[in-house]
Design a protein around this ligand. Structure first.
Ligand code: SAM
Length: 210
């Protein structure tokens, strides 16, 4: 595990001009849209490297239909996982926060396939090869028609064109790519249009580099 203080990293959500709060708003609005378009059906969600879960949990906290959501949040950091658990506790959704390595396929075996997969704050912290491997793994976590919401900065060298190609090659169609000119963050949304693949046990998809 690399040595970034991810708990401190979350402080930037409150810092004006950090861009993170705008990115959060974009992610939340996509989660809201998924909830709207799937209502009133049950919705299964996985968030890998969930941090304190503020994207999904923030949306669920203000929705009257949160009770149809079952979510697994996988986060390695004990402080952030505890914070996510605390935020989730009063919600009517069934939320499990698992303090575990989100790179291990086995972590998801009892939670997949899901209708919504959050891969936020991952692709900027792992190697390009691991990004590709994780994009391909998304097909193993997804139910038919599932949506994946992902983020990645567009600092040089901008990997997002490749990521979007990798999603297409892995059987996903692009629903949205939010990339403001005024900042370098981006939020992508892809829907699985190919048949899902079974979850391969014992796989390790990525390693954080920082
Ligand atoms: C950039 S933050 C993103 C958090 C959250 N998804 C968000 O967008 O606000 C990356 C998170 O991944 C967690 N993390 C890093 N490597 C991990 C791993 N192998 N398994 C689970 N969590 C991991 C860190 O502790 C950190 O909370």
């Amino acid at each position: 595990m690399a040595n970034t203080d991810w708990s401190a990293w979350h402080d930037a959500y409150a810092a004006p001009g950090s861009g993170l709060s705008d990115r959060l708003a974009a992610v939340r609005s996509q989660i809201d849209r998924v909830l709207d378009t799937t209502a009133p059906n049950p919705l299964r969600v996985v968030s890998a490297c969930a941090g304190d879960g503020r994207d999904l949990l923030g949306v669920l906290a203000r929705r009257s239909d949160a009770g149809r959501v079952t979510a697994l949040l996988v986060e390695y950091d004990a402080v952030l996982a505890a914070r996510a658990r605390q935020t989730a506790a009063p919600l009517p959704a069934r939320v499990e926060v698992r303090q575990a390595d989100a790179a291990q396929s086995d972590v998801y075996s009892d939670a997949v396939p899901v209708d919504l997969l959050l891969l936020c704050g991952i692709f900027g912290n792992i190697s390009d090869r691991d990004v590709r491997r994780t994009v391909e793994a998304a097909r193993q976590l997804s139910a038919p028609g599932a949506e994946v919401i992902w983020t990645r900065h567009r600092g040089e060298p901008d990997l997002t064109p490749s990521i979007r190609e990798w999603f297409a090659a892995a059987g996903f169609e692009e629903l949205a790519f939010v990339a403001p000119e005024s900042d370098t963050w981006s939020v992508g949304v892809h829907r699985l249009v190919a048949p899902p693949r079974p979850l391969e046990p014992g796989r390790h998809w990525f390693t954080f580099l920082r």
